[in-house]
Design a protein around this ligand. Structure first.
Ligand code: NAD
Length: 315
């Protein structure tokens, strides 16, 4: 198949792009490199630097494409609280621009990467796709708006759509922005340096941590899953882990003894998050394969190897 992936130089995008090329597909990649790094993309991928609001660029890139994966987005929840307009422009505007261009060119399917963040606080766990969304940040609102636009425009113009609500993905190569670093790379970095792990709140809040390769498996399946049109599907591990437990697992994986301090002034967001995977299993034949313990080990190992390679290249 011929694919276009937006946000392909990012953490999940490059994993997906390399996997699809390995599977023998043709892949075009679009990314504005605002945070992404294309250096780990296979040379077989046709990379274009560009913005998701550039409709003429999409007209060119979409020629003969069978399926688009739309991952390009601003992804930092706290940043979205400060700059909601930027999140609206890129995450919502960019999605509408892509859908218009897909309509113009006539592309069959789009897989939109949404987020478990759209659920917000709920009274029940695990989180099912039919629950009423309760977004608590402009980031979550932008992802929910993206879902609605994708499904509505898809429905109006006969474009097949699949929305994947990805939970807390982690793995090798995850971006480490200087501020708002995601929790797993943050804990790993401090633990490997024998620093201090800071847990927001009392550590009892839970998340569903899903290994990058499992997310890539779900995304790959979504391109051709026959019953997935117009569906919204959770992609997680199906396992709820408290932040305190995560800190303990990070300590064990790194074999270090970092100090763990709690920051009660920062409550750390939603109390509980765990994905119900019934629909993913049924529609995508999805089964998460990597436990958090193994995933942390593989992340450490591969990131270390990558760092050594980069040091050798720079020397
Ligand atoms: P990432 O920041 O590594 O990737 C996003 C990519 O989009 C980056 O390479 C960035 O350069 C690019 N981008 C940003 N603005 C752009 C623009 N205007 N035009 C073109 N490219 C642009 O993040 P990620 O973790 O790989 O996330 C990928 C997608 O998955 C995002 O849509 C995100 O919302 C979604 N998601 C991620 C997670 C997670 O835990 N990583 C969870 C839920 C949903």
């Amino acid at each position: 198949m011929q694919f276009l992936i937006t946000g392909a130089a990012g953490f999940l995008g490059q994993g997906l792009a390399n996997r699809l090329v390995q599977d023998g597909h043709a892949v075009r990649a679009l990314d504005d490199l605002s945070t992404g790094d294309p250096s780990t993309l296979s040379p077989d991928i046709h990379f274009t630097r560009g913005d998701v609001n550039d409709r003429p660029k999409f007209w060119t890139l979409l020629q003969d494409v069978d399926c688009v994966y739309h991952l390009a987005a601003r992804v930092l929840v706290p940043e979205s609280v400060l700059y909601p307009r930027d999140y609206d422009t890129v995450n919502v505007g960019g999605t509408v621009t892509l859908m218009e261009a897909m309509r113009d060119v006539g592309v069959r399917r789009v897989v939109f990467i949404s987020s478990g963040a759209i659920y917000g606080e709920q009274t029940e766990q695990p989180l099912r796709e039919d629950m009423r969304p309760n977004p608590r940040s402009p980031y979550a609102v932008s992802k929910l708006a993206g879902e609605y636009y994708v499904r509505t425009i898809g429905n109006l113009w006969g474009i097949e759509t699949v929305c994947l609500r990805v939970f807390n993905a982690y793995g090798p190569g995850q971006q480490m922005p200087p501020t708002y670093t995601p929790v797993i790379p943050n804990f790993l970095r401090h633990a490997t340096r024998n620093g201090t792990i800071v847990v927001n709140g009392d550590g009892s809040q839970t998340r569903d941590y899903v290994y990058k390769d499992d997310v890539v498996n779900a995304m790959a399946a979504a391109a051709t899953a026959p019953e997935a049109n117009q569906q919204i599907i959770n992609v997680g591990s199906g396992i709820e882990t408290s932040v305190s437990e995560l800190a303990r697992l990070v300590k064990a994986a790194t074999g270090t003894e970092p100090e763990i301090v709690y920051n009660p002034r920062n409550a750390g967001g939603v109390e509980r998050m765990c994905a119900d995977l019934t629909l993913a299993k049924k529609l995508l034949n999805y089964q998460p394969l990597v436990s958090l313990k193994d995933g942390l080990g593989m992340t450490l190992e591969q990131d270390e190897r990558l760092q050594k390679q980069q040091t050798q290249t720079n020397a």
